[in-house]
Design a protein around this ligand. Structure first.
Ligand SMILES: [Zn+2]
Length: 364
């Protein structure tokens, strides 16, 4: 919630907003367009309250709502999906031509409550200033459903569920490691879930491991089951070897945040490389970049990843609408990159990531 400056005599009304911080992609005839967005929108359609919190979500210090927080918290009635559709349509009207497909990659999605109170007029309690003319009928506000915040912040112990050892991970990491029994854990609902992981080993010593989600998906409406299919779809300059028909195709998606303009290129290059090096099922020794992009968002990105490498693009784009990609299984893979002055380089797959393209997590 946002902080307030209301007199203590006033009963606060907390109005809900969906906040989406992340990347928007849209595939149009000119190619794949992108935009970074940090926006909020009403989670209850109402004319009494501002449509969004504006820049306050970035400028003010946010606090967690606890069951003890006084005030009436209005119940959200608009789904996140609906609000994302509003964001998408606002973005796509700025683009030329038909939108063949689009994706929202949420780095952080949250519900934000902004404080108000009614004292003849509607007051914005963040600034303690009126934002309306005198209200004719204050009771309309009371008809909006709400009450005390009855939810709780739940804490999960960061102990390995298998062996009881302390789990390791950076502050913003979405997965935690047990270096005792060599396992990787991700919070899911109210517990820690063990996940499949591996790394590609490296002989260099000055390296950093960047995390990727390798995803096997069911693709309908387009033939892409094997490496041979990929060579054909992406028009790669190789003669198809017979065994390539047996090599299963898998998407590679980023498990870390980067600026939108390199997001598709990196995912494309990894997917086209289809690394078939030996995967080692241990936590690599060395520097690990934290996993900061969840699997669910990586799954959202697959259609844009596909749109980025199929050739010729112009003939392919109109088919996108009929293609469905359903993720079936995944593996978290740490890929070694050589550390250079300004960039990280993966020579085997021809990948370069400028250090300034990696984005850091913000608050909440
Ligand atoms: Zn353990």
């Amino acid at each position: 919630m946002l902080p307030h400056k209301a007199p203590s005599s006033e009963e606060l009304i907390y109005f809900p907003y969906w906040r989406f911080k992340g990347l928007l992609f849209a595939c149009v005839p000119q190619g794949i367009m992108n935009k970074f967005m940090d926006s909020s929108h009403q989670a209850v359609a109402s004319n009494f309250f501002p449509a969004s919190v504006g820049l306050r979500s970035q400028a003010l210090k946010l606090q967690f709502v606890t069951p003890e927080t006084p005030g009436r918290f209005l119940e959200p009635t608009l789904s996140l999906k609906k609000v994302l559709e509003i964001f998408d349509s606002r973005y796509t009207v700025t683009l030329d031509g038909p939108v063949y497909t689009h994706a929202n990659i949420g780095e952080t999605v949250s519900m934000l409550y902004s404080p108000f109170y009614v004292n003849k007029k509607m007051y914005d309690a963040v600034l303690n200033q009126p934002i309306s003319a005198p209200l004719e009928d204050e009771s309309i506000i009371d008809t909006l459903k709400g009450g005390a915040p009855h939810w709780k912040i739940q804490f999960l112990p960061t102990l390995c569920p298998d062996c009881g050892w302390d789990l390791d991970g950076e502050r913003d990491s979405l997965v935690l490691f047990c270096k005792n029994c060599n396992s990787v854990w991700m919070p899911l609902k109210s517990k820690m879930k063990k996940i499949n992981f591996a790394h590609i080993s490296s002989l260099s010593d000055n390296i950093i491991y960047l995390p990727f989600w390798r995803i096997k998906a069911n693709i309908t409406g387009f033939q892409l089951d094997s490496y041979a299919d990929l060579v054909k779809a992406a028009n790669l300059p190789f003669a198809v070897q017979p065994q390539w028909h047996e090599d299963i195709f898998r998407f590679w998606a980023l498990a870390f945040k980067v600026r939108p303009r390199v997001f598709v290129r990196l995912a494309n290059n990894m997917t086209l490389a289809q690394p078939r090096d030996k995967m080692v099922n241990t936590i690599p020794k060395g520097r690990l970049h934290p996993v900061t992009l969840p699997l669910s968002e990586a799954a959202e990105s697959l259609i844009i990843n596909l749109a980025g490498f199929v050739k010729p693009a112009k003939a392919f784009y109109p088919q996108l609408d009929d293609i469905k990609i359903e993720p079936q299984s995944f593996l978290l893979v740490y890929v070694p990159f050589e550390v250079h002055h300004h960039e990280f380089i993966q020579p085997d797959y021809n990948l370069t990531v400028n250090k300034n393209m990696l984005t850091l997590s913000g608050n909440l």
